[in-house]
Design a protein around this ligand. Sequence first.
Ligand code: G4P
Length: 528
Amino acid sequence: MDRLAEIARRRTFAIISHPDAGKTTMTEKLLLYGGALHVAGAVKSRKSARHAVSDWMAMEQERGISITSSVLQFDYAGCRMNLLDTPGHADFSEDTYRTLSAVDGAIMLIDAAKGVEARTRRLFEVCRLRKLPVITFVNKMDRPGRDPVDLMDEVGKLLDIGTVALDWPIGSGDTFCGLVDRVDGAAHLFLPPGDRGASVVPTRQTTLDDPEILDRLGQAQYDDLRESIELVGEAGDPWDLGRFLTGELTPFFFGSAMTNYGVGFLLDALVRFAPPPAPRPAVEGARAPQDEAFSGFIFKIQANMNPRHRDRIAFLRVVSGQFERGMDVKLARTGKDVRLAKPHTFLADERAIVEEAAPGDIVGLFDPGELRIGDTVFTGDPIRFQDIPRFAPEHFARVRLKDPTRRKHLQRGLLQLSQEGTIQLFIRDDLGAADPFVGAVGLLQFEVLKVRLEMEYSVNAVLEPTKFTAARWIGGKPEGREWLERRSDFMVVSDRDGAPVVLAETAWSLQYALQEAPGLELWDVSPV
Ligand code: G4P
């Protein structure tokens, strides 16, 4: 297949959801439908091993580097799908956000009984920042849930986005048995094979007048169905591919990852509507995926927890040209030549050596410590992509040393680990590097920090809790910053690049500061 066709068939996306909405189950079913996973349950077993920090570390040590579930590649209806995992459980971290910088679209999974939940909202905000197209899948329709019209209304209002249902559930809970295609009006009935979602579910295409539908739903529910289809036709936005692609409109699909109902429709939507790889904003030069010269950027670095193997894996998203094993590229930040020698790609079951990769694909590179989050690598004319923003941490700690003679090691370790993206580092101007604060989006990042400082830098550090729960980058007029500095309930610090950041005890107090401080602006992502 030629290069342009390879690009056109790529779909690189992530699933965003609140814990328990069904992301693991859906991931497994997408693989099942892609023919990449024969035994439903394989993804699940990995997840349960990920719950506790100790388990996670034990697993990292045992397997070297756990990458298999980070990126999954499978084919569906002629498309090459790259599904990037956004950890959403105990291991929620900045990686979750950063992964969204490497996709071209997202599936927002919501639980039909719960609607929009806290983490769905936060992850959606990151999608909005990138104007990513988002497809909404309402999951668990096989259980009693909320009225679909209400759910659409909630998404529209809470997330401030247009909504349109592209399919509509026939029945709900026990009676959920099919979907109406809202584009052509056809009804699709699922024929239960009786294995509760272990294999692809067959469907029969029919019309809404089919007596079987009335039979399965009963008169009252059948009337409701007719009525709600009319209602949603009048209430929602019209379908508009352009508005979807700029993130202004989200199409709704309904189903059940558990029974596989609706999974095929969702995949068909990805094939039909989700965009192929797009050009990436750059601060120097410009590249389109179709360009011959190769370029890509690092969006995640995963360290090896095994002290005997210090290597780490840097996740590279290919932006343009063709990636080839062993190719020599330039690292934009340093201008140095780097050989991409031991690349791995991510198949559903095993990691495998990759020989070639196209724009949209993710390649895992063994990295001896040269690469950082946000790095650009390229051949040909210089290009430097926009950096990946850092997101305001929600957990803070003060780092204390047990052995003061290790201070230099601690400082080096903190700087390197912050560049790698493990934690964020904040320094008080008056105290300097001697009394640093660290911040993280998820608490697990602190655990990882402690273990890595110990193993890689022989530093025994204590992470003391602080009174802070929120941070924002400071912008606007200098008077605003001065106002913050005068008050004892805020602390103004610098991030590792010297940008001013305010630490606050509550998110509410930041609202107050915005009202009171003259000309103050506060940002929850770093100025890149
Ligand atoms: P997550 O990764 O988003 O956290 O969710 P996960 O897939 O682990 O699903 C969370 C729970 O919801 C699981 O139940 C799972 O079986 C269930 N679930 C997922 N999709 C559906 C669905 O479409 N319908 C129904 N009824 N349930 C669904 P669990 O009891 O926590 O685990 P398990 O005992 O089923 O393994």
